[in-house]
Design a binder for this molecule. Structure first.
Ligand code: SF4
Length: 294
């Protein structure tokens, strides 16, 4: 994580792009929380890379001031991985939706989690495909009625938090767009965490999902912070909490400290970004290599 001496404010992370999201969309809360977190961490926008997936949530790359790349569907993790390995000095954040991350991108998500790359993955989970006008998604509940499942979804949902814990993620949290202040605190902890961090954000789609609404989450969510005895470093307790709350729990659910990140395991991996490394090779050295393979 690279910071600057100049004090950053939320304005430094805003852009002039006109908003494309529906009024009231939960993604506004996620954007505001991310801008707040970046300002409070005093990040330098020039040293932040935001990798945005496909979906309504993927527009976040247009609204958050940093380097940004809008990638093909489900491929946020491979691109974020490449960026981090090319320049480990960057703060690398990937952001997308539940369809992008837990549908087509699920395989990449699992591998990024188990590798423990030092990246932060923010998923705006609205339990529906909003961009394509309201089909059921990987996190829609069994029986959920949409235009593509008029008699109710026949699929049991992906469980993002349990999946991340099982895959070996070293930081797993959930947040709610209706509480961007707490979400910003969670983002700060996730970005500061050395290793892979998932923040699954309940981010209501006010246009197409009439079940998982702001009121639904306000009535049903509990926080790990309500339990003074909760130990976020206890993996079994984390699993237990997630199961007993049916994943309707917010806060930092699990954090594993002092586990080396993927980058630290790579033999011969230099701290210096590739772009500033001297990669020239003299003629004799090149000839020796050629001889070896001839
Ligand atoms: Fe947000 Fe849903 Fe509108 Fe997409 S369709 S911008 S997810 S409210």
């Amino acid at each position: 994580m690279s910071t600057v001496t100049k004090k950053r404010t939320v304005k430094d992370f805003r852009t002039d792009a006109a908003s494309w999201w529906c009024p009231g969309c939960g993604d506004f809360g996620v954007l505001a929380a991310l801008q707040q977190a970046a300002a409070e961490l005093n990040l330098d926008p020039e040293n932040v890379a935001l990798v945005a997936g496909i979906g309504c949530s993927g527009k976040i790359g247009d609204y958050f001031n940093s380097y940004s790349v809008h990638v093909v569907h489900g491929r946020a993790m491979p691109v974020a991985t490449g960026i981090k390995l090319a320049n480990r000095n960057l703060t690398v954040i990937a952001a997308g939706g539940d369809g992008d991350g837990y549908g087509i991108g699920l395989g990449h998500f699992l591998h990024a989690a188990r590798r423990n790359l030092d990246i932060t993955y923010i998923v705006m989970d609205n339990q529906i495909y909003g961009l394509t006008k309201g089909q059921f998604s990987p996190t829609s509940q069994l029986g959920f009625e949409t235009i593509s499942t008029p008699t109710g979804s026949a699929e049991r949902p992906v469980r993002p938090v349990l999946t991340a814990l099982t895959a070996g993620a070293t930081f797993v949290a959930q947040a709610f767009s209706g509480d961007p202040k707490t979400m910003a605190e969670i983002f700060k902890a996730a970005i500061q965490h050395k290793g892979f961090s998932l923040v699954n954000c309940f981010s209501p789609c006010v246009t197409y999902n009439k079940i998982n609404t702001y009121d639904f989450f306000r009535e049903n969510l509990v926080s790990v912070d309500d339990d003074p005895n909760y130990d976020r470093h206890d993996l079994e307790a984390a699993r237990q909490k997630v199961i007993e709350t049916n994943e309707l729990v917010t806060g930092i659910i699990y954090q594993e400290l002092n586990t080396p990140s993927y980058e630290e395991h790579l033999p011969g991996y230099r701290e210096e970004p590739i772009v500033t490394q001297d990669l020239t090779i003299d003629k004799e050295e090149l000839q020796a290599i050629m001889q070896e393979f001839a």
